[in-house]
Design a protein around this ligand. Sequence first.
Ligand code: GDP
Ligand code: MG
Length: 162
Amino acid sequence: GQPVVAVVGRPNVGKSTLVNRVLGRRAAVVEDVPGVTRDRIAYDAVWSGRRFTLVDTGGWEPDAAGLAAMVSEQAQAALDTADAVLFIVDVLTGATDADEAVARVLHRSGLPVILVANKVDDARSEADAAALWSLGLGEPHPVSALHGRGSGDLLDAVLAVL
Ligand code: GDP
Ligand code: MG
């Protein structure tokens, strides 16, 4: 079948907004309240004539102890079936401890990871995006899922690893 790209990240970082941006329609549910996308939902996407499956997830939740961030079951399941991962980080909050924990999980997964610095709505936030090099996942791709800024370059980067 076609390659599968899992979209992962903490609640409210803009995963569903990015999915809608890629699809060119409002299919995924966007909500100001964290944790609205409860299940994994797969969508057929196409870019530059190449088809792939985009999986929106409900996000990574901290574990009960509240210390190390644990991969939620659904996000882990998404990883198990993915060929590549779009890891979304919110530049308005910056990388949190949970983001760093997730970054380690992703690094260990061995999957190609594309680091997305989301909510870069204007040039002023580009420096905040560059700060995400610290996650050790390579180049952060600055994007505004809300306004579309950077999304074409991001999708080119996705196709390059599929
Ligand atoms: P999810 O929980 O990761 O799926 O996040 P959502 O896609 O539901 O978005 C959470 C909130 O962040 C919503 O209020 C979105 O409008 C907002 N958001 C998403 N992308 C952007 C962006 O690029 N810029 C800004 N300023 N807000 C965004
Ligand atoms: Mg969502």
